[in-house]
Design a protein around this ligand. Structure first.
Ligand code: UT7
Length: 331
């Protein structure tokens, strides 16, 4: 029996209106536009400012947009998987809340936490549901409201992150397009370099943990940078090698937008020119699980049926990976 193939058949995205620029950050911490641009490539990021709004409020419009584009009702969705490290609540899952907000009454839904690689993990999981033949329409959301866990007096992290969401619909493809191969990796010993110190079961929230600012992202930037450059470039190259793909075969690299220098290193290891690399870090910064689907959302009109895309990510955990997919439609 021929293997069922899972393909992306629609993309939605959402970013909040508020733009936090480098010049505004200059007024908040000891930094400058030149440093931020040359070290990271970031010029501005979007921030969800409205009180009482969380990641589900970013994810829900992205899901509604893809339903409209595909001409389906949310009630037709079988499953919603949400990748996030900034859930609305510790529980229930943000995917449950998104399903409720969009009216996906017939979907089961759950979250995946794999930080910046979350979208790749969720995409691979969602694809397996389609490939199994059990489900017809699976929505994968990558979303983070990073501003909710960033210390805006810490210049080493506040310049990097932003808020945003992207979502894709996965359906069966009968023409051989869709997700071809994935390599996912993790190494929990890397947690010391990138984590949140309190608020989990080891160190529940107390007045002391709040005063000690332990509910914000803690990152040892240089250490993470070294692992990220190697991890993202190596895994993308490994995926090419094991599928006999050359740089000429690849139409687009869709890299996690953590740092322009990490993206450049990955593209160069793969032998890809800059024109084949999706880069929007200058506008959105690092939206964690949101970066990859936000790239697909922005580039959707340029993508052609049959295009080979390599998606690659590296993030907290450590987690990292790469996915090869053949684009399944012309918009
Ligand atoms: O997506 C999840 C995974 N995360 C990543 O992939 C992030 C990986 N890391 C990075 O992208 C980079 O390490 C950063 C962008 C976080 C930092 O860049 P860097 O080139 O590694 O800088 P650094 O930490 O080595 O700091 C260099 C200098 C230091 O000053 P001294 O000690 O040389 O005097 C810092 O204190 O830059 C200073 N510095 C800043 N200066 C102006 C650190 N942050 C800032 C800042 N503005 N915002």
């Amino acid at each position: 029996m021929q293997k069922l193939q899972a393909a992306v058949t629609a993309v939605g995205g959402y970013v909040p209106d508020y733009r936090l620029t480098n010049s505004e950050l200059e007024k908040m911490v000891d930094t400058n536009d030149e440093w931020i641009r040359t070290r990271t490539g970031i010029e501005e990021r979007r921030i969800l400012k409205e009180e009482g709004k969380g990641s589900s409020d970013l994810g829900a419009p992205a899901v509604l947009e893809l339903c409209e584009k595909r001409g389906i009702s949310p009630e037709e969705i079988d499953c919603i998987i949400c990748a996030t490290v900034t859930p609305d609540l510790v529980f229930p899952a943000t995917a449950n809340i998104i399903a409720d907000k969009v009216g996906a009454k017939n979907a089961f839904s759950f979250d995946i936490g794999a930080a910046c690689s979350g979208f790749l993990y969720a995409l691979t999981t969602g694809a397996a549901f389609i490939e199994s033949g059990r489900y017809k329409k699976v929505v994968v959301v990558g979303v983070d409201k990073m501003s909710s866990i960033i210390d805006y007096s810490d210049r080493t992290t506040c310049i990097i992150f932003g808020d945003g969401a992207g979502a894709v619909l996965l359906e069966e493809d009968k023409e051989g397009n869709g997700i071809q191969d994935s390599i996912l990796k993790s190494d929990g010993s890397g947690r010391q370099f990138l984590h949140m110190k309190a608020g989990g079961s080891v160190k529940p929230s107390t007045v002391e943990t709040v005063l000690a600012k332990e509910h914000y992202v803690y990152q040892e930037g240089q250490a993470v940078f070294k692992f990220a450059v190697k991890g993202m470039a190596d895994v993308s190259y490994e995926l090419m090698q094991r599928n006999n793909l050359t740089a000429d075969d690849i139409a687009w690299l869709v890299p996690h937008q953590a740092n322009l220098r990490i993206i450049d290193a990955t593209a160069s290891r793969m032998g890809l020119p800059k024109e084949k690399v999706m880069i929007n870090i200058q506008k959105y910064g690092n939206t964690t699980a949101g970066t990859l689907p936000l790239c697909l959302w922005e580039w959707e009109k340029k993508l052609k049926k049959g295009d080979n895309l390599i998606l690659a990510a590296f993030g907290g955990g450590f987690t990292w990976g790469a996915t090869w997919l053949k684009w399944a439609y012309n918009s």
